[in-house]
Ligand binder design. Structure first.
Ligand code: CAA
Length: 419
């Protein structure tokens, strides 16, 4: 949808994403185990909102509305009603209309969409935040919670790890249709971890994979699915992380910027978004992200931008094969060529179309409800030269985000221009 008004990303903030393998994450092998706890869902949400207000210099009293992306607070943290939870972040937010959006792993993208729609509807300064905590249970139990993003009755039983199995199914079909190998796909993982190693906010900032280890199952890289048909098509290195974290952005209209005293040149313009929804359990072609493709087409058309004009992309790489399918859905590669794009270096920090510059869901981490908001913030940060060691040498002029819920069932794509 093409905004009927000009909409600006004023800025935002995010917490470090943490979980197993991050040095700050408290678990049984951490020296502080039993002495202190990991941050809660409220703490992540509060930190992201306060950080966004502080980084942009916007006072909480200026926020007209707020939208919170979260998938499964009730399951992981016994906490729902997150609009009302978010308002606790600042006394001046008391009374401001806030609500939560849920669209599985696209919950954050939906929160930003709701913010844009609210700006069209008459608000001038709107906050969109997302947060998720998933490490309160084991990865196996958490996989059962995440399976609520699939059709529970029809799809849950594919494996205890429902989503890893659903994307192993995509990898199986993709490899067989196009002759792609596990090593081809492993280039995505290696690139993601290389980027995350440069990113102080990344869950996997201290972990790396070389191509040889990421390409084959082994002691460090188990193929952990129970489903015998799908097991050979997914290893630990192919998977995004079970992360905790939060992110928040502030968006405004031209009127809003005037009110805040912020100049356009300090912002990024959100020129269009496309949102598409596919029925749960109704994937017709496992070798294509057709819902994301629809969302991207709308976003491109409404922005008057072509894939060739995009300088930076944040895509939903919930599994390594998903990034291959994403770059195809966004028009950066022909069908079956997505892995070649990673192999060629084109999606790397020095490539022609850098993808997931901070490490993506694979290595930056994937605190589900925060992910779509973080993607928007990452494009903003690249455009404003704020990415430190993973800053692109050529500051991007045009960027795209693609956030996906479930097995390509809810998709949100957004296009941004630097000012
Ligand atoms: N050999 C054989 N098997 C092993 C093994 C080894 N050396 N090590 C582990 N395993 C197996 C075991 O079966 C183990 O389970 P149990 O311990 O319960 O038996 C299982 O692998 C997992 O092991 P861990 O608990 O040690 O795994 P971990 O904590 O290191 O997590 C992971 C690894 C399972 C890959 C986890 O990171 C994961 O689940 N990632 C994916 C997260 C996910 O699915 N997110 C959603 C993406 S989908 C999306 O984005 C869309 C949406 O809307 C949902």
């Amino acid at each position: 949808m093409k905004p009927s008004k000009r909409i600006f990303v004023v800025g935002g903030d995010l917490t470090t994403f943490i979980g197993k393998m991050h040095p700050d994450f408290i678990w049984k092998k951490h020296p502080d185990f039993g002495k202190r706890e990991n941050p809660t869902l409220e703490e992540y949400l509060t930190a992201a909102i306060r950080g966004a207000l502080a980084k942009t210099g916007v006072s909480a009293a200026e926020i007209d509305r707020g939208f919170i992306g979260n998938f499964a607070g009730e399951l992981f943290s016994n906490q729902g009603h997150l609009g009302a939870m978010a308002v606790r972040a600042d006394e001046a937010l008391e009374g401001t209309p806030f609500a939560r959006l849920e669209g599985a792993c696209a919950s954050g993208g939906l929160a930003v969409v709701a913010a844009v729609d609210a700006l069209h509807a008459g608000s001038d300064v709107v906050l969109a935040a997302g947060a998720e905590v998933q490490t309160t249970v084991s990865a196996r139990d958490g996989a059962g919670f995440l399976a609520r993003a699939a059709h529970w009755e029809e799809e849950r039983e594919i494996d205890d790890f429902t989503f890893p199995a659903m994307f192993a199914r995509r990898a199986m079909h993709y490899k067989s249709a196009y002759g792609v190998t596990d090593e081809d796909i492993a280039h995505v993982t290696v690139k993601a971890y290389q980027n995350a190693n440069k990113n102080p906010h990344a869950h996997m900032r201290e972990v790396s994979w070389d191509l040889e280890t990421a390409a084959v199952a082994g002691d460090r890289n188990p193929a952990f699915l129970r489903n015998e048909e799908l097991k050979p098509h997914l290893k630990v290195s192919d998977c995004s992380q079970v992360s905790d974290g939060g992110a928040a952005v502030i968006l405004a209209t031209e009127e809003g910027l005037k009110r805040l005293g912020i100049s356009e040149s300090d912002c990024v313009e959100l020129v269009s978004y496309g949102q598409a929804t596919g029925g749960l359990g109704r994937v017709e072609n496992f070798t294509e992200l057709s819902t994301t493709k629809k969302a991207a087409q709308v976003a491109y058309e409404d922005a008057g931008v072509t894939p060739q004009e995009v300088d930076v992309a944040e895509v939903h790489d919930c599994f390594a094969v998903t990034e291959c399918l994403m770059v195809e859905a966004l028009g950066f590669a022909e069908p079956g060529q997505g892995a070649d794009l990673a192999r060629s270096g084109a999606t790397g920090l020095k490539g022609s179309i850098p993808v997931n510059t901070g490490g993506g869901l694979l290595a930056f981490g994937h605190p589900v409800g925060a992910t779509g908001v973080k993607q928007v913030l990452e494009v903003y940060r690249q455009m404003k030269g704020q990415c430190g060691d993973y800053q692109l040498a050529d500051v991007p002029k045009v960027g795209i985000t693609a956030n996906m819920g479930g097995d390509d069932r809810t998709s949100v794509c957004m296009i941004f221009k630097n000012l």
